[in-house]
Design a protein around this ligand. Structure first.
Ligand SMILES: *Cc1c(COP(=O)(O)O)cnc(C)c1O
Length: 385
């Protein structure tokens, strides 16, 4: 792969079956593109093992690139960032927990992790953990403005605002932010988005009316950063765009891939016309061909649902995977070309000719987020620049 794309040449010392090569330069580039769209604070979302790139390395690199905050899903992820990755100066938000996680909540509050509350039970749990810990918990109040997933529904807002203010007065809680999340951000000006923005404005008024003074608001994920400048507020929360996938099809933002997934040919053979390939013989050869076996399968995150669609880059040519994707391997049709065991195979990545994660998403009926987060634990992650 060329230097221009941020990935280095193959490393002679690496002798694994496969690896995910990760580009810190491209991660930093993507953050700067996002910053040019939203000149506000950026909470880099590194949940789900840094979208499959590895939690600690991703967090360290994105903080080095200037991310102001980090966002994760669980308290355990947040505690890993504080204690294992030793990220102590960057604010971290954990977006959910279940109320019985009192011990972890206490640890999170002690470690200066911000928590999100979306209902009364969660608020009570945080306040209790803060009291036991003898510290003020940093809370982001999440309101459901129309996604009908997390967040407090509108009928709860006045009651929750009142309760929050009492906990602020008693010193158990500091309200850091009001926040919400779009359901259809990438669709632009549809009614659903107008409704969500209006609801968010009402929640802000409810908070003010209850005497809560909240320093920050945040709403926008990657897609909303590109298409909803009126929802940038004080901070945005990019995820998938940091990792180089364009969240708005047709938008010409210059995001660069941060992950290249590659393996090597393990076996080459000449196979006669008429042979059935792989489980179920869903594919039968129309002519004699050379097949290359590559030891990555659905256990490594190559979706089984991509069978019959997917392609890889091998010896400068994009070639089809034939037959079913197995748990640990796939078969590539090389026609009459010369290929050899040991040849590198790029599943997706940075080369201009290689398929991208968005191609894999299309072949598998999913989104790039699921491709990245599905890369299995057998694949070592390696930052190459
Ligand atoms: C994952 C997540 C994001 C990032 O979403 P992308 O679409 O990947 O940019 C933002 N906010 C919250 C709360 C999230 O959970």
């Amino acid at each position: 792969m060329s230097g221009e794309t941020g990935f280095l040449a193959p490393h002679a010392g690496m002798a694994g079956i496969a690896e995910a090569r990760l580009s810190a330069a491209n991660l930093a580039h993507n953050l700067s593109v996002l910053r040019s769209h939203a000149p506000v604070r950026h909470m880099a979302m590194v949940k789900a093992d840094g979208y499959g790139h590895g939690l600690e390395g991703t967090a360290a690199h994105v903080v080095a690139a200037g991310a102001d905050w980090l966002g994760v899903a669980t308290l355990a992820e947040a505690l890993d960032l504080r204690h294992r990755a030793k990220i102590v100066d960057t604010p971290i938000l954990a977006v959910f927990f279940v109320p019985h996680q009192i011990q972890q909540l206490r640890e999170a509050i002690a470690a200066d992790v911000d928590v999100s509350v979306a209902g009364i039970e969660q608020l009570e749990a945080v306040a209790e953990a803060a009291r036991v810990e003898g510290r003020r918990a940093r809370v982001h109040w999440k309101v459901d403005t129309g996604i009908t997933r997390g967040g407090a529904v509108e009928s709860q807002w006045p009651g929750m605002a009142e309760r929050l203010r009492r906990y602020v007065d008693s010193g158990d809680i500091e309200t850091v932010a009001l926040w919400s999340h779009f359901a259809r951000a990438e669709e632009g000006d549809v009614d659903a988005n107008t409704h969500q923005k209006r609801a968010f404005a009402r929640a802000w008024e409810v908070a003010g009316a209850a005497g809560l003074s909240i320093p920050m608001r945040h709403f926008a994920n990657s897609a909303a950063i590109l298409v909803h400048p009126d929802a940038h507020f004080d901070m945005v929360r990019p995820g998938i765009a940091l990792y180089g996938s364009n969240p708005v099809s047709g938008h010409n933002a210059d995001f660069r891939p941060t992950m290249e997934l590659r393996s090597h040919v393990s076996l080459v053979k000449r196979v006669p016309r008429g042979a059935g390939v792989g489980y179920g013989h869903i594919y039968r050869l129309a002519q004699d061909t050379t097949t290359a076996l590559v030891p990555l399968g659905y256990a490594d995150g190559i979706p089984r649902s991509s069978s019959g669609q997917a392609h890889v880059l091998l010896r400068d040519k994009v070639r089809p995977i034939i037959g079913r994707v197995s748990m640990d391997q796939v078969v590539v049709d090389c026609g009459d070309d010369t290929v050899a065991a040991g040849d590198p195979v790029v599943f997706f990545g940075a080369g201009t000719d290689a398929p991208g994660p968005d191609d894999w998403a299309r072949w598998s009926g999913t989104i790039a987020n699921e491709i990245f987060t599905g890369i299995g634990s057998r694949v070592p992650r390696r930052w190459v620049d």
